[in-house]
Design a protein. Structure first.
Length: 117
């Protein structure tokens, strides 16, 4: 599934431009589902709803129904959000394989596909 997220990231960059953070994290100890974390300089408060629908559309196009059912939430944040700043400390292509604490949450598994501070 990571390869599909990489393809989605490539499409976003090609169609919209620079991405600050694109990460897929398992953060919930009770539900084994992914959280998609996203930040880009072109995503501003007035376009958040449109940006959310854009990312959701890409997920629908690239992922199977079963894969989509493994996604709990999509979070779009400005670059100055604390969580984004913490992810920016990690390099692009970072894989998180053991419990890592980030922003008060424990990440059980994760992939930071883009981290461009």
């Amino acid at each position: 599934m990571v390869d599909k997220f990489k393809k989605i990231l490539s499409r976003i960059i090609e169609e919209k431009g620079t991405v600050t953070v694109f990460a897929v994290l398992k953060m919930d100890e009770f539900v084994d589902k992914w959280t998609v974390i996203f930040s880009a300089p072109w995503s501003i408060p007035t376009t958040l709803e449109t940006d959310f629908e854009y990312i959701r559309k890409l997920l629908r196009e690239e992922l199977t129904e079963e894969e989509r059912s493994l996604i709990a939430r999509i979070g779009i944040f400005p670059k100055d959000e604390h969580l984004i700043n913490l992810i920016l400390q990690l390099k692009s292509e970072t894989t998180i394989t053991e419990d890592t604490k980030l922003n008060g949450n424990v990440i059980h598994e994760g992939y930071v596909l883009a981290s461009n501070g």
